[in-house]
Write a protein that binds this ligand. Structure first.
Ligand SMILES: *Cc1c(COP(=O)(O)O)cnc(C)c1O
Length: 236
């Protein structure tokens, strides 16, 4: 990872954006088909602002408690927020309306609570469905085998918009070893899309982190979530 974290935040933002562009090109995908979500958990607001000045437009947070004051600190700055972490049902109410996309819907019950709270607030919440693509016992997310049926149930919730899938693949030593998992997520999204479930879109694939976002883009990612390669190693 050390090679990834040389230079200033501004230089690293530029470097990640350039690598995203070349990966799009290699994959024969139009420029701008992939959006960078900067994963900013544990990163201080002033360093996040450095990143925004250098070109970051989407900030992704993992914990409600940490995210709320940060969102407030950026109230004068035009950035979008995405929620990336595991979301507890009792915290849903405080995030409704703040995040463009919640990447981490990992149960029908959570989707139902987001729907209920969005309805109360009179808004519509876009979400991604988190998939445990490696069927790892300790990891959150729907198993690929169960997700299609769950999506048909969640499609009935009228205050959420299902926009696609998200995954965190099993840890691998080399980025290329993550490729089969990314490919599998893409195929799963295509299978769900083929069902033409009313109101369900499968346009977004949130996959790829500092180590493997270029491979994820080659396999169809539309949102990559990158932390360490921009802000350096987290020590917390
Ligand atoms: C922290 C985090 C990331 C970014 O990970 P890096 O390896 O630091 O790029 C991406 N997605 C989620 C869900 C995260 O929690």
């Amino acid at each position: 990872m050390e090679a990834l974290v040389e230079g200033t935040i501004a230089q690293r933002v530029q470097s990640v954006l350039a690598k995203i562009r070349s990966a799009e090109e290699r994959a024969g995908r139009p420029a701008g088909s992939v959006r960078l979500v900067a994963a900013t958990k544990t990163v201080a607001v002033d360093r996040m602002k450095e990143g925004v000045s250098a070109g970051l437009t989407i900030l992704g947070e993992n914990r409600v408690q940490e995210a709320l004051p940060k969102v407030a600190a950026f109230s004068e700055t035009p950035v979008r927020w995405h929620f990336l972490g595991q979301l507890q049902r009792r915290k849903v109410r405080s995030v409704i309306g703040l995040f463009e996309v919640i990447h981490s819907v990992d149960s029908v019950e959570l989707a139902q609570e987001i729907d209920r709270r969005a309805g109360e607030a009179g808004c519509h919440q876009d979400v991604l469905i988190e998939i445990n693509i490696g069927n790892e016992p300790t990891k959150a997310g729907f198993s690929p085998a169960d997700v299609t049926q769950a999506v048909t149930i969640m499609a009935e919730f009228s205050h959420i918009g299902i926009r696609g899938l998200m995954t965190i693949p099993p840890q691998t030593d080399h980025p290329n070893e993550a490729r089969p998992y990314f490919r599998k997520l893409h195929e799963l999204a295509q299978q769900i899309a083929a069902r033409r479930i009313p109101s369900v879109k499968m346009d977004e694939l949130s996959m790829g982190m500092s180590n493997d976002y270029e491979v994820a883009i080659e396999e169809g990612a539309t949102l990559v979530r990158v932390g360490t390669a921009i802000f350096g190693t987290r020590h917390v």
